[in-house]
Design a protein around this ligand. Structure first.
Ligand code: HEM
Ligand SMILES: *[C@@H]1O[C@H](CO)[C@@H](O)[C@H](O)[C@H]1NC(C)=O
Ligand SMILES: *[C@@H]1O[C@H](CO)[C@@H](O)[C@H](O)[C@H]1NC(C)=O
Length: 540
């Protein structure tokens, strides 16, 4: 039986592969690097490179912003950093470029049927119910929460310093706890208690290092996952019952979430009937309200709403924490910029105090230009999601802003693709194009944002024309949430502490994790995600 299943699997995969080769004919004129391995292609190389971006930057230099690589089982994959191509794929074509099954199913096994894994009309339904909770007006109401958690974290650092001049600490762990507590309260009024050492919820424990652990597949596992693109989806869904890692771990985590989710739904629904609900501001109560007033056809099921909770935690916590971590690292590497930033924050503080206010308002934070530029620059330089596969659902022609030279020496200004074509749009490479970001695109320099021409080319992303939050109908719904969160936390940290590089002279790697990256210490990967810095109290 097993042999039969295996043989069937091989036959399906091989024939699908052959069909694929024919379907990818049009893009075979695009130049690209020779494949390191027939079975693994460049895909495995991308997810095991030393620093995320090493390969993309080399390809960008060699071939221009659009090139062709090999995927697993030798398929031809179009990789592009071209702004017009990105705009076309994410923006103009709406759902005509969809998510790739092998990646999406893995995410679905993790989160359940939530917004991030739903496609087409289904996705529209999720997004419609979720949108009200992410309006600019509503997000401002979360500012006091961001500030409360920020203050709590800062107080704990002060306690840990306990009079010492400086201490070494693993910043990312702290930021990760702070963003976890924030997303719990903001998303569903739940106390993860991540900053309360040891007293955290069981979810916290099940969560530790999840991203870096499950996204580091061996070559065999990577190939096994690659076959998923050729297996019917209902069968794939059964994989979540496989009694092996990482499925066991994902199953446990999802089990915990479902347990809490049911409890929260019960509590929130009870509230729905009382007046109190009008005061609840967390995303979940807004969802439940939106759901109860929506047209019956656009409503979300209980399983879907529970999946949103899990999705928000997963999408909204480590992403923001890692971005902030890289930001603190850059500030430690650039003490002069850090000092300017601190001065900006302190000056504003003086104004706030003269007004008689206790904390920064949204307008105060928005007036901190150097702080905002540091955030933008870090999102550009360290995009936590470095590329996101898409698959064409229709035959189409992708336009290019930067023409490329074909394998036969002709100039190509647009690329025809067949339905089924796999594309890896590279956010990492897009954000290093010198024509768009300046000759110094390969250095972290927040002052580029003072130049009026920065990023002013083809309109792509949702924020600062960056792709870090993706773009179009399936762009990050939480981008503005994340920006306000970072503004608040950064002001809190920099006003109180001076950050400097660890005395142990660690080399920090942007280690690959799935389509993204996490900070790790070179040679100390056993520590999981880690970015140690020295922290000392700002002298008043
Ligand atoms: C720096 C921080 C963040 C980054 C870099 C980031 C990046 C992204 C990216 C690239 C996507 C597209 C994923 C895809 O197409 O597969 C996405 C989607 C999403 N993000 Fe974020 N995100 C961040 C913060 C947040 C926060 C704070 C939240 C929640 C409060 C959030 C919630 C979501 C959700 C729900 C989706 C799915 C949206 C949809 O499919 O319609 N993200 N994010
Ligand atoms: C998606 O593809 C269909 C069929 O090719 C086309 O008619 C439609 O305009 C496309 N949608 C968008 C938003 O481009
Ligand atoms: C949303 O509405 C549908 C239809 O009325 C209902 O079955 C479902 O339980 C609701 N979901 C939540 C989470 O309230």
């Amino acid at each position: 039986m097993l042999t039969f299943a295996l043989v069937a699997l091989v036959i399906i995969t091989v024939s699908a592969g052959l069909i694929h080769l024919i379907r990818t004919k049009p893009i075979q004129r695009v130049r690209g690097p020779p494949s390191p391995s027939f079975l693994l292609g460049h895909e495995h190389a991308l997810s095991t490179q030393n620093e995320v971006g090493d390969l993309e930057f080399e390809w960008l230099r060699t071939y221009g912003p659009t090139w062709r690589i090999r995927g697993e089982f030798g398929i031809h994959v179009l990789m592009t950093a071209d702004p017009k191509a990105l705009q076309h794929i994410y923006h103009k074509s709406a759902y005509n470029y969809t998510k790739r099954t092998s990646a999406n199913i893995m995410a679905e096994i993790m989160t359940g049927p939530g917004i991030a894994v739903s496609l087409g009309r289904d996705h529209q339904r999720h997004r419609k119910i979720m949108n009200p909770a992410f309006s600019a007006a509503h997000l401002r109401t979360f500012l006091p929460l961001f500030q409360r958690i920020g203050t709590k974290m800062v107080e704990q650092w002060k306690t840990d310093l306990s009079g010492a001049e400086r201490m070494s600490m693993v910043v990312n762990k702290w930021l990760s706890r702070a963003t976890m507590d924030i997303i719990g309260e903001a998303a569903f009024d739940y106390q993860y208690g991540a900053l309360d050492k040891g007293a955290g919820s069981p979810i916290i424990k099940a969560y530790d290092n999840l991203f870096s652990d499950i996204n580091k597949p061996s070559a065999m596992v990577a190939l096994f996952r690659a076959t998923w693109d050729y297996i019917p989806i209902p069968i794939l869904r059964l994989f979540r019952f496989v009694p092996a890692e990482p499925f066991t771990r994902l199953r446990n985590l999802r089990g915990l979430f479902t347990e809490y989710g049911k409890q929260i739904l019960r509590e929130q629904r009870a509230e729905i009937d009382v007046e109190k609900v009008s005061k609840s501001k967390d995303v979940m109560s807004i969802l439940i309200k939106a759901n109860s007033s929506a047209d019956p056809q656009t409503r979300l099921s209980d399983a879907e709403i529970m999946a949103e909770m899990f999705t928000l935690t997963l999408a909204g916590h480590e992403t923001t924490a890692s971005t902030l971590t890289f930001l603190t690292y850059e500030l430690a590497k650039h003490p002069e910029y850090q000092a300017r930033l601190r001065k900006e924050i302190q000056d504003r503080r003086a104004l706030v105090m003269s007004r008689g206010d206790a904390s920064f308002s949204m307008e105060d934070l928005d007036s901190l230009t150097l702080t905002m530029n540091a955030i933008k620059e870090t999102l550009r330089f360290h995009p936590i999601v470095s590329y996101l596969p898409r698959v064409a659902t229709k035959d189409d022609v992708i336009p290019l802003a930067y023409p490329i030279v074909s394998t036969t020496g002709e100039t190509i200004t647009e690329i025809p693709v067949h339905a089924g074509q796999v594309i890896f749009p590279s956010f990492m490479a897009y954000q290093r194009i010198k024509d768009i970001w300046g000759e110094d695109a390969d250095v972290w320099n927040p002052d580029r944002w003072l130049r009026p021409e920065t990023g002013k080319q083809t309109k792509v992303g949702v924020f600062a024309n960056l792709m870090t939050f993706s773009a179009g109908v399936q762009a990050c719904i939480g981008w503005k949430f994340s920006i306000i969160e970072m503004q608040a936390l950064l002001a809190e940290i920099i006003e109180n502490f001076e950050l400097s590089l660890s005395s142990e002279k660690h080399t920090i790697r942007r280690a690959p994790a799935g389509f993204g990256m996490v900070p790790m210490i070179e040679g100390r990967e056993d520590l999981g995600t880690a970015l140690p810095l020295q922290v000392s109290l700002v002298q008043q």
